[in-house]
Design a protein around this ligand. Structure first.
Ligand code: PLP
Length: 419
């Protein structure tokens, strides 16, 4: 299979083999994870809440353990931007596996780690890099850097913002923060001031105590929401005037998703990348200006920020290959995304389409149920927004015209039955 196929369903969705695997999963996995998603589906009256169990993926296609072929409009949480199992990325990974799989974090570097950081610095104009494995790692690194650089301890975060669920980012979580933060609230500190995304900016006296403003230029999980024109510029100006740093979380919106390498043209003090960066391998990066990063100072002993897998050679090789593929595919993301958005706006029952490029929020009634109905037709999508008010589309950039048209037709069909 080349990854450009239309859906092909050979069993019920999910099929008997998926059910059997999910039975095993439910015996062994903490119920906070996949089972919790199923409970959410029960709330909307879904009759079959088991997920399909993935066994293979290539390009835009995912095949489940029953042999059903789907078109993945999520790119697996935005990760497979250059396509699942992109051949160039896989070749680079295989070559790296032949020579060096693991180096030693901060202690002993390897060439791929250095080349990746150089490539990222060239691309973004931000001189210094801290690598990580997850988006949460990059946010941790950015928040810690802002504290070290400013000597201040407060963070401004926004409603609807999502930055990961490790303790550092969890404290800054706007998206469903009341439920996700609540059990841990007493451990999360009181250092975050909340502000409305796209709304009134924090005043100068609030900002004067702030180490960093942490913002997604386009909110992803929060609903593919863009702030009003000019808002981000004003936010930068206000932060700069108060000596607060600006952190752009482009973990979702970056790596070409909006049709440019970064969604925002503004230069932040600190920038977080993840998800698509590793082409399917867990790699993230926090980039910063020399002024911000050099505040960490010269080492006076053990590294005070590192990880066992920091700069993992295979991950770095994957990311380097991914950057090359992004150069080729990002312009396609811009045009395919625009055509897809225009087609979706014509579908009866779609009230609006938000976002840009291959990062689209399709507002429909009962979006959660619609995701189930689309899966039944062979299209994988996720809901987004705090009230699950939209379908979040973040497909691989190689989505073909036929796959896009097939999806639009399937959505029209689902929404027609709904009315
Ligand atoms: C904007 C944004 N920031 C950070 C994260 C956290 O990344 P991870 O789940 O890899 O820790 C996510 C994950 O969805 C995200 O969308």
């Amino acid at each position: 299979m080349s990854g450009t196929a239309l859906p092909s369903l050979v069993s019920t969705v999910p099929g008997p083999k998926s059910h059997a695997w999910v039975d095993r999963l439910s015996q062994v996995e903490c119920p906070a994870i996949t089972a919790r998603r199923a409970r959410r589906a029960v709330q909307i009256g879904a009759t079959d809440t088991d997920p399909v169990v993935w066994s293979e993926a290539v390009g835009q296609n995912v095949t489940d353990v029953d042999g059903n072929v789907f078109v993945d409009l999520t790119a697996g949480f935005g990760v497979a931007a250059v396509g699942h199992r992109n051949p160039t990325v896989i070749a680079a990974v295989k070559a790296q596996c032949e020579v060096l799989v693991h180096a030693m974090g901060d202690a002993f570097p390897d060439p791929r780690r250095i080349e990746l950081m150089e490539a990222l610095a060239r691309r973004t104009g931000l001189a210094r890099v801290i690598l990580g494995s997850s988006g949460s790692d990059a946010i941790d690194a950015a928040v810690k850097t802002a504290v070290v650089a400013t000597g201040r301890h407060r963070i401004i975060a926004f409603d609807g913002g999502y930055h990961g669920l490790a303790f550092g980012p969890l404290a800054t979580l706007g998206y469903l923060g009341h439920t996700m933060r609540q059990p841990f609230q007493r451990l999360l500190g009181t250092h975050v001031t909340w502000a409305p995304f796209g709304g009134v900016l924090p005043d100068a006296s609030t900002l004067s105590e702030v180490a960093a403003v942490l913002v997604e230029p386009i909110q992803g999980r929060g609903g593919m929401r863009e702030p009003p024109d000019g808002w981000l510029v004003q936010l930068h100006a206000a932060a700069q005037a108060a000596g607060a740093l600006v952190i752009h979380d482009e973990i979702y919106s970056g790596c070409g998703r909006t049709g440019r390498f970064l969604a925002s043209e503004l230069q932040p003090d600190l920038l977080c990348l993840g998800k698509a960066l590793g082409g399917g391998f867990p790699v993230s990066a926090c980039l910063g200006t020399a002024a911000a990063m050099d505040a960490w100072g010269a080492s006076t002993g053990a590294a005070i920020h590192t990880q066992t897998f920091l700069g993992h050679p295979v991950g770095c090789a994957a990311a380097l290959a991914t950057l090359g593929e992004l150069d080729r595919l990002t312009p396609i993301a811009a045009t395919t995304g625009a055509v897809l958005a225009a087609a979706l706006r014509q579908v009866p029952g779609v009230s609006k389409v938000t976002g840009r490029g291959m990062m689209l929020g399709v507002h429909v009634k009962g979006a959660l149920q619609v995701t189930h109905d689309l899966l039944d037709r062979g299209y994988i999508v996720l809901p987004c927004g705090e009230r699950a008010e939209a379908l979040g589309l973040t497909p691989p950039y190689g989505l073909t015209a036929a796959q896009a048209q097939g999806f639009v037709a399937a959505l029209a069909d689902v929404l027609q039955w709904q009315r």
